[in-house]
Design a protein around this ligand. Sequence first.
Ligand code: 0A1
Ligand code: ZN
Length: 848
Amino acid sequence: MDGTTYLSDYRPYPFTLSTVSLTFRLAPRATRVTARLALAPRAAGAALQLDGEELKLISLAIDGAALKPADYRLTETGLTIHPAALPEGPFTLETEVEIAPEANTALEGLYMSKGMYCTQCEAEGFRKITFYPDRPDVMARFHVRIEGDAPVLLSNGNPVGAGAGWAEWDDPWPKPAYLFALVAGELVATPGSFTTMSGRKTDLNVWVRPGDEDRTDYALGAIQRSMKWDEEAFGREYDLDVFNLVAVDDFNMGAMENKGLNIFNSKLVLASPETATDLDYERIEGVIGHEYFHNWTGDRITCRDWFQLCLKEGLTVFRDQSFTADMRLGAVKRIEDVIALRARQFREDAGPLAHPPRPDHYREINNFYTSTVYEKGAEVVRMLQTLLGPDGFRAAMDLYFARHDGQACTIEDWITVFEDASGRDLGQFKRWYTDAGTPHLTVEETFENGTYTLEFSQETKPTPGQAEKPPRLIPIAVGLIGPNGDEVVPTRVLEMTEARQSFAFEGLGARPVPSILRGFSAPVVLERQSSPAEQAFLLAHDTDPFNRWEAGRNLARETLIAMTTGAAPDAEYLDAVGGLIADESADPAFRALVLRLPSEDEIAQAIAASGKVADPDAIHAARAALMQALAARHEATLAATFDACALPGTYRPEAADAGRRSLRLACLALLGRLDGGARAAALFDSATNMTESLGALGLLVAQGKGEAALARFRARWQENALVLDKWFTTQLALCPPAEAADRAARLAEDPLFTWKNPNRFRALMGGLSANHAGFHRADGAGYRFYANWLIRLDPVNPQTAARMSTAFETRARYDAGRQAKIRAELERIAAVEGLSRDLSEMTARLLG
Ligand code: 0A1
Ligand code: ZN
């Protein structure tokens, strides 16, 4: 395809670049950037190619001598200096360009957010700042001088000088351009410090806009916890004198790991009990950890090219998941991560956007910051840990850091480290990186003469561009439970390498109940014929918390699927859940997870996977009916648990308290089916924290009784952008499906819908697409509204428009009428003149 980049085309850059000296003269409409690059050719005769987009070239010189027009060629995408104009040895290239940060609505490169200058350079934003070899394998030392009238002027590394209207920064660690950052504006710091394990004192600052500084404490604490954890868990120490973190309101993604100057979407920094939910607190801590952990897995060791993105992202997600598991309840975190993996990555793998964690071609790399690269990438690292064991894994990580510090690496380098550290051949394992699709694992069981045999088969369906799927190495953690509920065989990791393979357990007195894929030891779909009675047995007795939850999940999913075609709720399931609600020995957060039913989207995915057509309205009705049945069956227990979980006293974001609030809200969601919303209304009136306020609001909205509460909520929070985002999302995601599209259209007219802000755009459009039956309304109103807005956003912010287009990736699940309507919308988008490369790649892939 035209404009496609291929992994197989990789060539090293023909020049070395040792140091970069940048000077910024800031002005909203005409910022001047001068760059001095110390270059040297690796071999004679190569042209010097520099990336550059939307730059006005002011001057261009080599070793102080201006270049003549004949010496170079300037295009829309860069600058080529002909070999004849280049010295044979090392030389200094000096350029000056002009850029307009104020006009930059795409939020890539240098842009402005509420009067503040900031940058986003990953993946290819630096080329919108200056002419440069904008590729991750070119690593250089940066010295930066910023001139401007803003009181705070920040860049990477250590501060080396400052005066009125200027500041200089020096970063001693060589880095690729995508890790460059600059921030300038009126900002206030919440200061702190951290002393590393070798005694180096680091100054910490959380920078926010004036007025937000009362919501920064949690973020500062999270930085300190992250720094400590990385020392303890991985032996990794921080390596600069300062660590700055800045919150900005306009940001395309969650956050960015720029060396020493992490830039965050303000929703992942700012938190107070009144404005942030428990989930917000957990995510803030997790993402602060994530960006901080990138300092070693991303910054010190980076990627050779963008195909290797999961080298840093999969590993860093694995690290942040491990961090959160240690800070909170590990078992609960694992379940949450698997729920998210199935909701996003399995969904992606099952549709037209399926790609391997390491893709081999792309048109727009920004379209590959996906759940497959991130979350599946993390699962692959987790499997390595499972295969090597904790000590073997740590030894391999130590080798990785020792061997590759300061380098730009590949997945091959990574696998080789694990082979060298373990002495194993990981050739087959590597398919997890190169092959797309979710393996389906089926299992048959026999029991004879005390020997219990599990026979597994694995199969992966073809994905776009990959017809053949050879078997993968699948670590399957298995334990066996005896008929009385005792564990007779503790967890053992079976290594499946064949398409079909048996494993025997000898010397058993009675036929056991197997607990397979404990801890979700591999990102596969397990298909096992099992009775509701057996699932209920596991829900009661499994010693592995993940599989205990999974048993309840299987029961819920099966009964929901049956209910979409008219079956009654499964009695076994209703009974089994009852035992857990009141089980004081189980953690409240765990009980809340068991009470939470699979989402409508997950049910649709399961129905489609079994080869049937998903009917969004039937799914919505089945889910509502099951909630009704659960509530009716367990009203007294739910009411007692709801009361018992009330937490007097001040709000604390800690996991233990959050778990109780979560269980309380899960009970409330069911009780609301019986009490007409009375408890939710009372909680909304009395709530003093956002978790309960928003939880109660959502329940009222779901029952069609939210209007008064929505109006009050809006009035109270109209000055707080992050809370207003919740107001948009909650009412759209949870309102009765029939009204979702009209409500979305109404909200899009609201003056508060400042759609050029990515958070606000996502709040509205993401709210609509989260309303499964509402988005998929049979007449196509949801699709049409959504497509209209993607078309409108594209010229302003192509990256966010392209990301949001994934709402259409599930087209194949639905009936012919809906499929045709989605296709028509995608074709309409694809036909727009001047469509961005981002969105046109997405529509082409979505159309298949
Ligand atoms: N590397 C960041 C995420 C990120 C990726 C791309 C961006 O712009 C295209 C921005 C941020 C992380 O993993 O947190
Ligand atoms: Zn990351």
